[in-house]
Design a protein around this ligand. Structure first.
Ligand SMILES: *[C@@H]1O[C@H](CO)[C@@H](O)[C@H](O)[C@H]1NC(C)=O
Ligand SMILES: *[C@@H]1O[C@H](CO)[C@@H](O)[C@H](O)[C@H]1NC(C)=O
Ligand SMILES: *[C@@H]1O[C@H](CO)[C@@H](O)[C@H](O)[C@H]1NC(C)=O
Length: 278
């Protein structure tokens, strides 16, 4: 008889403990003053910044996390991309685009030590490239060794590649302008079908386009802080994340060479499990 009861109790205990147990690293991270730095430049993509930032913000109610917004100067940074030329030579007149401003807290020379460095994508990257402005790449290269984690969203992977920090690593980027990004990382193992990629040692995380940054951030935060608190924040935001990093219908939509054509746009996901209140 004892055996009959022991098994289900053991299974229940295992299930509960697996869903809530934190690793020593996650406990340490929860007590660590985590400094987060976002790089800003004219023409950043709004959601590349604010999507992942929402979850970080909500976790900062619980964990010691400080935020720095870092740019070339302390002047407000606009989301409107400067007018620029496309690779085919045509001029992009952006003067009608929205002009939302963010106020940097630091410059590339005054930024504090950073545990987490986040590089958003945005059409403004084309203007920086056109004017041979490598200040973001220089900052990334100078800070790479001292950060614990570096994350890019969308075309932000291009800055990482040009900074040389993706050499010999696995990475992904937005599928909408795939060829325009991967050319900057000839020594990178680009993953054609990936919502996001966590490189081997977990230091470098790169996501596909815009909204994919939110799914990457959810996966990243669950690894860093554990599922319980992070799932609570994600469910509180009523956000349904893609939790399979291989889910990437946009690699099919945008005909990325080497895309896993088996992934379909109709594939669905469900909400994350929730945990009882403590
Ligand atoms: C955390 O680090 C930031 C940046 O170095 C610093 O400004 C802040 O005072 C620190 N907070 C705590 C609680 O130590
Ligand atoms: C980062 O570390 C590597 C390997 O130790 C070293 O070669 C490189 O010079 C370091 N970069 C910086 C900017 O300190
Ligand atoms: C796609 O599915 C087919 C049939 O299940 C399988 O043989 C093939 O390996 C899959 N391709 C990829 C890239 O996963």
């Amino acid at each position: 008889m004892a055996r009959l009861f022991t098994f289900p109790l053991l299974a229940l205990w295992t299930c509960l403990s697996m869903s809530t147990a934190l690793t020593p690293d996650q406990i340490a991270n929860g007590n660590r003053n985590m400094t987060v730095g976002y790089i800003l430049y004219p023409g950043f993509t709004i959601l590349d910044v604010f999507g992942p930032l929402q979850f970080l913000n909500d976790l900062s109610y619980t964990f010691p996390i400080t935020l720095s917004l870092i740019a070339t100067s302390l002047s407000p940074v606009t989301s409107r991309p400067p007018n620029h030329h496309l690779p085919d030579g045509s001029t992009m007149d952006m003067s009608h685009a929205f002009d939302l401003h963010l106020l940097p807290t630091h410059t590339f020379t005054t930024a504090p030590p950073l545990d987490i460095l986040i590089v958003p994508g945005g059409a403004g990257d084309l203007s920086l490239i056109e004017h041979a402005d490598r200040s973001i790449e220089s900052f990334i290269a100078s800070r790479f060794n001292s950060t614990s984690y570096i994350l890019s969203v969308c075309s932000g992977a291009g800055f990482l590649a040009r900074a040389g920090v993706l050499d010999g690593r696995r990475a992904t980027a937005t599928k909408s302008v795939w060829a325009g990004i991967v050319k900057y990382g000839p020594k990178t193992e680009w993953v054609a079908s990936a919502r996001w990629v966590r490189d081997g040692d977990g230091k470098v995380w790169t996501s596909s386009g815009v909204t994919a940054g939110m799914d990457m951030m959810v996966a990243f935060l669950r690894e860093v802080y554990g599922e319980e608190k992070v799932n609570g924040v994600v469910n509180g935001a009523e956000y349904v994340p893609h939790t399979d990093s291989r889910w990437d219908p946009f690699s099919v939509l945008f005909k990325v060479p080497g895309a896993d054509m088996n992934m379909s746009l109709t594939e669905t996901v469900g909400p994350l499990p929730s945990f009882p209140e403590e």
